[in-house]
Each structure stands twice: as structure tokens, then as C-alpha cells.
Design a protein around this ligand. Structure first.
Ligand code: SF4
Ligand code: SF4
Length: 368
């Protein structure tokens, strides 16, 4: 049976602005049915890397917050630390970056709480019946929350073709070691050129996998369990992840993580995708390149698979923008994601998520 995806285009009038349309999308999707008075509602967003400007704007998130409060819910905005040593590698850095990007209480009307603790290690092992994993490491505050509203920026992605709800749920709601599991099959490596032999990484590794001599640090791959802590501990960015996982496997792993995030919250989760500023790459970069299509609108559904499928179809149905990272597929109906990343089969994430029972690729689009 197809799932319903509600859609609002970007057209507005004095009878209704985009904020009102966001409220309507949430109401139509059945928010009232799964937020009760006093519920702690995790609003999973991407805080955006410093220098990026394509992430969903805080003023839109404020409306999401207001809608949840209408039903007595207690919303908090949440995101997880990054695996790489950027501006959001731990809770302090990430929350500082979030406020600098405009996610301050005065703007969004809700507190910011990291879902994976101070250093991205706070997680719950969730058993799943996956093809690759039999359990996944989901950020603890996502599990603790009564309900989940995942607000995702729908755009292209260099590893998964596009990034939408599945990416926000799978990668964005996993702990640091969960992200490592998805991205890499190898232990991190130390750059001799950057390592000063300061020893700070020794504190990070409770598995005794790091040895530091006067010549620098070394990681023993036989002892390393792939937790990724040392990456964020190194003050010189000398420890790096070996991003070796193939795109096809990464997408399957991500879908399995998304499945674990939603397990137990099937009746208390809502997903919104903003098809705005459809940049060619992830919001984790400290820049955002020109959009490959014009702004399309906002979609909402209780089925994240149907939602991402609908958004992908809407992007592909649009005319592509010239003088952007889009290299082919400019005509309406042509594949825009392949037009940016020709080698990536973005359908794998949708297929695998559907196979796991997370949702269906079949949908009915209802325009509000
Ligand atoms: S913390 Fe970084 S610079 Fe210091 S010893 Fe470890 S790898 Fe080298
Ligand atoms: S990834 Fe974890 S286990 Fe491996 S060396 Fe780094 S801190 Fe140690």
C-alpha cells in the first residue's frame, strides 16, 4: 500500500505564508496523534557546519517547535557530533556552531541538546534484523525521547547521491562509533606530517590501541575497535578516518541505522524534508555551492522511505540549473543526482530501507 506524502510548493500569498504551510503539513501528517502533553520531542536537525548556509533555516524550525508545543509537547533541538575533526567534533564545539548558525533559544524557542553526549559516545545498542548489522549504536537522547520529528535538508550528497530523511536518521542519529561502522572498515591512521607526539590521543583510547613514541603515534589495527574517539581528541587533526566504505555498502549500512533509530517509534515519528537550496553536497562542508535546481517546497510524511523517494522524484522532475555542479540531466525528468555524481546509485538506500520494512517507495503525493 502506498504511503501518503504531503507536499507544499514554494508559492505563498497573503492568505498563507510558508510558515503556515509548514504548520499545515505537520497537522495533516497526524502530529496530534503522537505528541501528548509533557512528551519530550526530539527535533532532529542538522546544525550546519560553520560557513555553510544551506541547512534548514532556524526560523522554519521555530514553526516546527511551535506546532509541537500546541499539543503540549516539550521539543528540544538535537544533533550529533561529527566523526571528522571539524567545527562540530564534540558537544561544546557543535552547540557553539549551532548558535552561531542562528539556532539560539531566542530564535527557535527550544533548547539545544546533543543527542550523543559530550564526545559523541553516548549511545544505546539497538538490536535489529539487518543484512549487515544485528545491532546498531543509536544516540541515547534519540532513544530516550518520547517522539521524534526529523527535519532534513534534502540535497545531493557525495557518498549517497542524495541526503534526506534516511541520512538524517541513519548517520545523523548514530553515535561516533556508529558513524565509524558506517564509513569505514579500517582503523584510523595517523599523519606523520601532522603528529607532534603530544600524547593527547592516549587518553582517548581505552583499548590500548595507540602507542606514542618520540617518532609519533601509531594505531594497532588489531587492538582498535573503531570507536573513533582518537579522531576528535587529537588537537592537530593528525588522526583521520579511512573513509574506505564503498558507497553501495555505506547506503545499506545507513538504511540499517535509520531502521534502528525509528524502531519502537513507528507510531510517534514524523519526517519533514525541505527541498530548498538543493546544494550539490552535504551540509557538513564549510561552504554551500549553488543549488542545482530552484527551491521546490517542503514535504512531510510518517514514512521516511516514501518521503525521500517523493523528494528525489520532485528534484528529478525539475529543470536543472546551468552554471552549477550539475553536469548532465538538465531536462525535467532526468536524473539530477547522477548529473552531479554519475557513479552513485542513490536508489540503493531506498531499496534497502524498504527491504528492512522501514517504509515503502510507493507513495501518494497530496499537495496542500
Ligand atoms: S594527539 Fe595527535 S598529535 Fe598528539 S600524539 Fe596523538 S596523533 Fe600525534
Ligand atoms: S578508534 Fe578508538 S579504539 Fe581505535 S585507536 Fe582510536 S580510540 Fe582507540
Amino acid at each position: 500500500m502506498p504511503s501518503t506524502v504531503y507536499f507544499s510548493n514554494m508559492r505563498t500569498s497573503k492568505e498563507g505564508n510558508l510558515f503556515d504551510k509548514i504548520g499545515k503539513l505537520m497537522e495533516k501528517s497526524g502530529l496530534a496523534g503522537f505528541v501528548s502533553s509533557g512528551d519530550l520531542v526530539a527535533v532532529k536537525i542538522h546544525f550546519g557546519e560553520k560557513g555553510n548556509h544551506a541547512f534548514v533555516r532556524p526560523i522554519f524550525i521555530r514553526r516546527v517547535v511551535e506546532e509541537i508545543k500546541k499539543y503540549g509537547g516539550l521539543p528540544f533541538l538535537t544533533d550529533s557530533s561529527t566523526l571528522y575533526p571539524g567545527e562540530r567534533k564534540n558537544a561544546v564545539a557543535a552547540l557553539t556552531c549551532a548558535v552561531e548558525n542562528g539556532f539560539a533559544y531566542a530564535v527557535v524557542g527550544a533548547p539545544l541538546i546533543m543527542c550523543d553526549g559530550l564526545r559523541g559516545q553516548s549511545a544505546v545498542d539497538v538490536p535489529i534484523a539487518g543484512e549487515i548489522f544485528d545491532s546498531v549504536k543509536i544516540a541515547s537522547e534519540i532513544i530516550e525521547a518520547d517522539s521524534l520529528v526529523a527535519v532534513s535538508h534534502f540535497k545531493c550528497h557525495e557518498l549517497t547521491g542524495f541526503g534526506g530523511a534516511l541520512k538524517n536518521l541513519g548517520m545523523g542519529c548514530s553515535s561516533r562509533d556508529g558513524k565509524m561502522q558506517q564509513h569505514s572498515t579500517l582503523a584510523p591512521v595517523v599523519s606523520d606530517a601532522l603528529c607532534t607526539a603530544c600524547g593527547a590521543c592516549l587518553k582517548a583510547c581505552v583499548h590500548g590501541a595507540i602507542v606514542v613514541t618520540s617518532e609519533g603515534a601509531r594505531i594497532d589495527p588489531d587492538l582498535c575497535v573503531g570507536c573513533g574517539r582518537c579522531v576528535s581528541f587529537c588537537p592537530h587533526k593528525a588522526v583521520t578516518v579511512q573513509w574506505n566504505e564503498a558507497a553501495s555498502e555505506l547506503m545499506k549500512k545507513m538504511a540499517e541505522y535509520a531502521h534502528g533509530t525509528v524502531l519502537g517509534k513507528e507510531k510517534s515519528s514524523l519526517f519533514l524534508n525541505f527541498i530548498t537550496q538543493v546544494s550539490p553536497a552535504c551540509d557538513c562542508y564549510g561552504h554551500a555551492d549553488a543549488p542545482i535546481v530552484n527551491d521546490i517546497g517542503v514535504c512531510a510524511s510518517t514514512d521516511p522511505v516514501a518521503l525521500d523517494q517523493a523528494c528525489a522524484d520532485l528534484v528529478n522532475a525539475a529543470p536543472g540549473n546551468r552554471n552549477t555542479a550539475l553536469k548532465s540531466g538538465f531536462e525535467p525528468g532526468e536524473d539530477k543526482f547522477r548529473g552531479v555524481y554519475p557513479a552513485i546509485d542513490w536508489t540503493i538506500q531506498l531499496d534497502h530501507a524498504e527491504k528492512l520494512g522501514l517504509g515503502t517507495r510507493k507513495y501518494t503525493l497530496v499537495t496542500i
